[in-house]
Design a binder for this molecule. Structure first.
Ligand SMILES: Cc1cc2nc3c(=O)[nH]c(=O)nc-3n(C[C@H](O)[C@H](O)[C@H](O)COP(=O)(O)OP(=O)(O)OC[C@H]3O[C@@H](n4cnc5c(N)ncnc54)[C@H](O)[C@@H]3O)c2cc1C
Length: 423
């Protein structure tokens, strides 16, 4: 396909990181770019991501990094090779936000939060002449192929740009803007969309009343979780009706799939991953000297009250034999019965399958329409992998627009010193 209008106009629908990086590339190339977003301001989820520390990307070895994208890896590989973790760090630093590698290998801006980065980025985009149409909710296309929006005063707004990038996000945290309503507009055009499902989320499990009332919000520190032969060390939190936190998120895709298959998943929790079972048996073999079971477990095995409560949840009459007790401490079974809703998930799985797209992320059934970011059907654990793929796909879609519009590639570098409009 080849489109070549004299002064090309591009609509980017969705002002999250995928849409904004696409706007930057296209703005640098001198195109007329309008970013439409239904919210009164852009980048709300990015700001929320920065609340607990904006984990931009990860510093681990590149092949290991790519392996995090599981089945989507073959399609994401060339896109992330074209915009690698070090490129994302350089881009961030070009906006005056130095980055650092945390002890886990995760990469953060020094400011930790997202607001200084977003502020500097929006100033750059303004300088590039990007137009923002906020409070514009997208509703799909009319019969003549115009994009249809509802504007701020409820008025209909129509636009027929030379190319469109859809970057509408997934469906987690809908109050931040991405609510997944786009699914019906694409499905209505005959495009297959894999159902949006929670990813990086908590799970429900039927705690006893004691557990719920006494331990809600209690952190489980320095634990390990094992499911289907995969072990993840980290932290988790007991919630009123289940469990969540970093270590849980890391296993959430396989746990979710197992629950979908068989209605439940048994996760094993190691309360002392730093101690071998033998070492625990030795400690638990020491004389109790009249101590209560809780005091003995606290002193001999170093368990916290919530850890002891978890043992009792699994086995109300605790085993008295040191071997059996040690085995339980190393593998407390937790029967997960459901996933927490998409509303509070960190991200969503599902979306537009790569099979619907060409190598430029253009919809095969809708030439001139590109898709980027979390709308695409890939998922990854937390650790900076979500934003890295979001940026890489936003960049790839923008490059796709340039290729289709036959605009030379020389404007493509995201070199921080060249952030002015290219004409
Ligand atoms: C609490 C939380 C913490 C997170 N922390 C991290 C982290 O530390 N590291 C990391 O890598 N990732 C993190 N993420 C995930 C990351 O923020 C997302 O993957 C990323 O924002 C996806 O970018 P996107 O541009 O594809 O979509 P979004 O950021 O969701 O942007 C989509 C945009 O489209 C707009 N939109 C949607 N529908 C319409 C419509 N119909 N009309 C007009 N506009 C519309 C929305 O308003 C929104 O502005 C976190 C997410 C959450 C919720």
């Amino acid at each position: 396909m080849s489109l070549k209008p004299s002064s090309p106009e591009v609509a980017i629908v969705g002002g999250g990181p995928a849409g904004l990086i696409a706007a930057e590339v296209l703005g640098r190339a001198g195109l007329k770019v309008t970013v439409y977003d239904r919210m009164p301001s852009v980048g709300r989820k990015l700001l929320m991501a920065g609340r607990g520390g904006l984990n931009l990307t990860h510093s681990e070895e590149f092949e290991r990094f790519l392996a995090r994208y599981a089945e989507a890896q073959p399609r994401l590989r060339p896109l992330i090779e074209a915009f690698r973790p070090e490129d994302l760090r350089a881009w961030c630093e070009g906006l005056g936000q130095e980055t650092f590698v945390g002890s886990s290998g995760r990469v953060f801006p020094k400011a930790f939060k997202a607001s200084p980065l977003l502020r500097a980025w929006l100033a750059r985009l303004e300088n590039l002449g990007i137009r923002f149409a906020l409070r514009h909710r997208w509703h799909g296309w009319d019969e003549d192929g115009h994009l249809v929006f509802t504007g701020p005063a409820g008025q209909p707004v129509r636009s027929k740009p030379d190319a469109t990038i859809l970057a509408l996000g997934g469906a987690s945290w809908p109050r931040l803007g991405s609510d997944g309503t786009w699914v019906e507009f694409l499905s209505g055009r005959g495009i297959a969309v894999s159902p949006l499902r929670p990813a990086n989320m908590g799970f429900t499990l039927p705690w006893s009343e004691v557990m719920r009332s006494r331990f809600e919000g209690e952190p489980l520190k320095r634990i390990a979780l094992t499911f289907e032969g995969r072990t993840v060390k980290g932290e988790a939190i007991v919630t009123a009706d289940g469990i969540e936190g970093g270590a849980v998120y890391a296993l959430s895709a396989v746990l979710r799939d197992a629950i979908e298959r068989s209605g439940r998943a048994i996760l094993h929790l190691d309360l002392r991953p730093d101690l071998s079972e033998d070492a625990l048996v030795k400690r638990l073999g020491a004389p109790r000297k009249g101590q209560s079971a809780s005091t003995f477990l606290r002193k001999s095995a170093g368990l916290s009250p919530v850890g002891i409560a978890l043992l009792r949840e699994a086995s109300p009459s605790l085993p008295s034999e040191p071997d059996a007790l040690a085995r339980l401490i190393k593998a407390v079974p937790l029967t997960l019965t459901g996933t927490k809703s998409l509303d509070r998930a960190i991200s969503s799985a599902g979306g537009v399958p790569f099979a619907e797209l060409d190598d430029h992320l253009m919809l095969k059934r809708m030439p001139g329409v590109f898709v980027a970011g979390e709308m695409l059907d890939w998922e990854a654990p937390t650790g900076g992998y979500l934003l890295q793929a979001t940026f890489a796909t936003g960049l790839a879609a923008a490059r796709g627009v340039l290729a289709v519009l036959q605009i030379p590639d020389d404007a493509l570098t995201l070199n921080p010193s060249s952030a002015t409009r290219h004409s």
